[in-house]
Design a protein around this ligand. Structure first.
Ligand code: PLP
Length: 388
């Protein structure tokens, strides 16, 4: 395989991935600055971003909520919440139906936190009766964590229904909304969420470098002394923002400047509703187009989100994901491998600065690749319901 030395081009390959994602040129250009992390101008940007995140969640400080930025990728944000909000003798119930739920269990194990795993198959949402029973039977469970869109498959978990049960049993409720916040509406108060974690480099279309946590202030203040980590201490981080508006340790200044611009573009698009509409169209065009070409989606449409879609690898003898991937990459299209333990799949994301026209280009590239690889997918028999 020929590898060319990288030279700047007008356009990068298009990322149909779960993040980092294709971003606008203006978001990338916002990073061409040196910002002093102690300077009041930078602190003002941080303050405005923290306020804006609450606004996107339809919350406010006056209403009793706080937002906290945390260095590192999304996982660091989840780990900060897990490490900082479970009491020393507490227990975390993890609703797991994919790799991100499993990662939370791994985190808790590293942190020496007792856990109960409530697993469901990767193509099914959690069983709510089992949750009810688990909480009723085990009074040592203090916190419950659920993943909103489990990016492993693209399944959308019912966080409001889960939250209702958690609230009935008076436990602390944490939601990993990494791949959904900003594009799938979340009713924070009705869902009884205490802590929600997300990232700038998913639906808000910024770049990697930090994560953010939205917290109910009373729940946050109740975690004094819980943190099992110095750098991932959620309350410690919040206290620093309160004291002088600053991060405790070096902030990812460039990512924050990019995020400021990404949030402006989010507003211009019409906020959550605008972004949801574009991603939904991307997903629908992708789904119909792939089915037409002879691919089968992994999930039932009733639980499928418009964030990312898993497709079964075709049975065709000539199909190999590595070659399929490389041939699409040669056409400037980047898709994503599968992460499902029970089935051979690959994934295509509908999020980031991509539009319906980009999805059509991907579909043309997939069609071309099918013919190059002689896959002979049977459109007629495999495409059961859709007429394009
Ligand atoms: C992406 C993602 C994460 C982890 O984020 P990283 O930035 O890769 O560390 C966690 N949970 C969900 C649901 C995600 O989609």
């Amino acid at each position: 395989m020929q590898i060319y030395p990288h030279v700047p081009t007008a356009r990068d390959k298009t990322l149909f991935t779960p993040g980092p994602l294709t971003t606008s040129l203006s978001v990338k250009q916002a990073m061409l600055r040196d910002a002093g992390s102690w300077h009041f101008e930078f602190n003002e940007i941080v303050r405005a971003i923290r306020e804006k995140l609450l606004e996107i969640a339809c919350l406010s400080r006056a209403g009793g909520f706080e937002s906290i930025l945390m260095q590192g990728s999304g996982t660091f944000g989840v780990e900060a919440v897990v490490a900082s909000t479970v009491p020393p003798d507490g227990k975390l119930l993890v609703l797991a139906n994919g790799a991100y739920g499993e990662r939370i269990l791994q985190m808790a194990s590293h942190l020496g936190i007792a856990t109960t795993a409530l697993r469901s198959p990767e193509n099914q949402t959690p069983d709510l009766d089992s949750l009810r029973r688990a909480l009723a039977d085990d009074s040592t469970i203090t916190n419950v964590i659920a993943v909103h869109c489990e990016t492993t498959t693209g399944i959308l978990n019912p966080i409001a229904e889960i939250g209702e049960i958690v609230r009935e049993h008076r436990r602390v409720y944490i939601v990993d909304a990494m791949s959904s916040f900003g594009a799938i509406p979340v009713d924070f108060v009705a869902s009884g969420i205490d802590f929600l974690i997300s990232s700038p480099n998913k639906c808000l279309e910024g770049v990697p470098g930090f994560s953010f946590i939205i917290a109910r202030r009373a729940a946050l203040l109740a975690t004094e002394g819980f943190a099992r980590s110095l750098s991932l201490d959620l309350l410690g981080q919040w206290n620093a923002f309160e004291k002088n508006g600053q991060f405790r340790f070096t902030p990812p200044t460039h990512s924050i400047l990019a995020f400021q611009q990404a949030l402006r573009e989010f507003d211009v698009e019409g906020g959550v509703a605008g972004r949801a509409a574009r991603y939904r169209t991307n997903h629908e065009v992708l789904n119909e187009g792939m089915k037409h070409l002879g691919f089968h989606p992994y999930l039932d449409p009733t639980v499928q989100s418009y964030i990312i879609t898993s497709f079964y690898c075709p049975n065709a003898p000539n199909f190999g994901f590595a070659e399929f991937y490389r041939r699409l990459a040669d056409k400037n299209m980047i898709i994503y491998p599968g992460k499902i333990s029970q089935a051979d799949t690959f994934r295509i994301g509908s999020i980031g600065r991509i539009f319906e026209s980009d999805v059509h280009q991907l579909l043309w590239a997939v069609e071309e690749t099918i013919s190059e690889m002689n896959l002979h997918l049977d459109k007629k028999t495999q495409n059961t319901s859709i007429e394009l």
